[in-house]
Design a protein around this ligand. Structure first.
Ligand code: UDP
Length: 329
């Protein structure tokens, strides 16, 4: 039986991966400090409340549970917040991840799957952007993840550690069964904000910048369904366990939607014509981020099943309605 430790497994993406791994029967241990995650979101496995910066606790767990693979989702992810509070991002996403890796290496835990981000590319010179594109992040969030990628590269040369870095584009949607979803009240993400506005939780949705060099002046992003991303983690894990080779893959569909297009779809899905205001750019946002995902499709045989933004937003809407009324589970 393969043993998997999932840090940040009570958070948005982590909890969806836990659900999928749990349904597949893997032996799971979730490790989360619950600063943004929720106990109820952990549908499978044991939950240990702990911090990825707690080396002693990690050492103990590694000695006892001895995971075959560690998947690391424990991170802060809001671009704009990272611009305002870089220390929070470098401390948690970089420095504490280094402690996690230090403990892994010390305890000879050798397989690591890292949640990286398209934000490592900065403003891509070419769209869609492939894994070979130079890393040149334009915000501390992207830089905090790029630092870890460099650390992983160096560690994999110097030690037995093997890793897969998955560079997520914009992850969206919720569990189709409605048990879990994005449950971070302060979420600043476009789809969540749009749906919370439709739900009456905000007065209006703001569009951050209409003067970008894009087809309609608003930013373009590649929105990937959280369960397709969860599949990518299983494939990455199997590849890592079989080949013992480190690698890096983009996770996105290869086409993007503008902010205006996302809002139009959100209005259709909800049937609510919520108020929208155009305002100035938000700091740290690149104009367009779209994945060249040919590598993961070819090398891992990743076959996304839900490349349909209407469907993705619908799952998020179903979740949002339920979550905002407190009817979890
Ligand atoms: N955005 C927006 N209004 C909002 C939230 C986001 O116009 O209330 C824009 C944001 O500027 C970016 C895109 O939507 O261009 C996606 O932002 P999000 O925060 O969802 O993800 P990010 O790409 O920053 O990780």
């Amino acid at each position: 039986m393969i043993r998997i430790m999932i840090t940040g497994g009570a958070g948005y993406i982590g909890s969806h991966v836990v659900k999928l791994l749990g349904q597949m029967g893997y032996d799971i241990l979730v490790y989360d400090n619950l600063c943004t995650g929720n106990k109820w979101a952990v549908l499978y496995g044991e939950l240990i409340q702990g911090d990825i910066g707690d080396e002693q606790l990690l050492d103990k767990i590694f000695q006892k549970f001895r995971p075959d693979v560690v998947m690391d989702f424990a991170a802060f992810i809001q671009v704009n917040e990272s611009v305002k509070d870089p220390i929070k991002y470098y401390y948690n996403n970089t420095a504490k991840t280094l402690i996690l890796l230090k403990s892994m290496v010390k305890n000879n835990i050798t397989n690591f799957i890292f949640s990286s981000t398209a934000a490592v590319y900065g403003i891509p010179k070419k769209i869609p952007v492939s894994e070979e594109h130079p890393l040149d992040p334009i915000n501390p969030y992207g830089q905090s993840k790029a630092f870890v990628e460099q650390i992983l590269k160096d560690l994999s040369n110097a030690t037995d550690l093997n890793y897969i870095s998955l560079r997520y584009f914009n992850v969206a949607g919720a569990d189709p069964e409605g048990k879990i979803g994005q449950a971070y009240k302060e979420s600043t993400h476009l789809i969540t904000r749009a749906l919370k506005t439709a739900n009456g939780e905000f007065e209006k949705l703001q569009i951050y910048g209409t003067d970008y060099p894009t087809k309609d002046g608003t930013c373009i992003r590649d929105y990937i369904y959280v369960m397709d991303l969860a599949d990518a983690h299983i494939l990455a894990m199997n590849y890592l366990l079989e080949t013992k080779k480190s690698n890096i893959f983009n996770c996105g569909y290869g086409h993007g939607y503008s902010v205006r297009e996302v809002i139009d779809i959100a209005k259709k899905v909800t049937g609510i014509d919520f108020p929208v205001e155009e305002t100035k750019r938000r700091e740290g946002d690149p104009p367009a981020l779209v994945a060249d995902s040919s590598k993961i499709k070819q090398q891992l045989n990743w076959k996304p099943k839900y490349d349909d933004l209407y469907f993705i937003i619908k799952t998020a809407w179903e979740w949002e309605k339920k979550y905002s009324h407190g009817n979890i589970r």
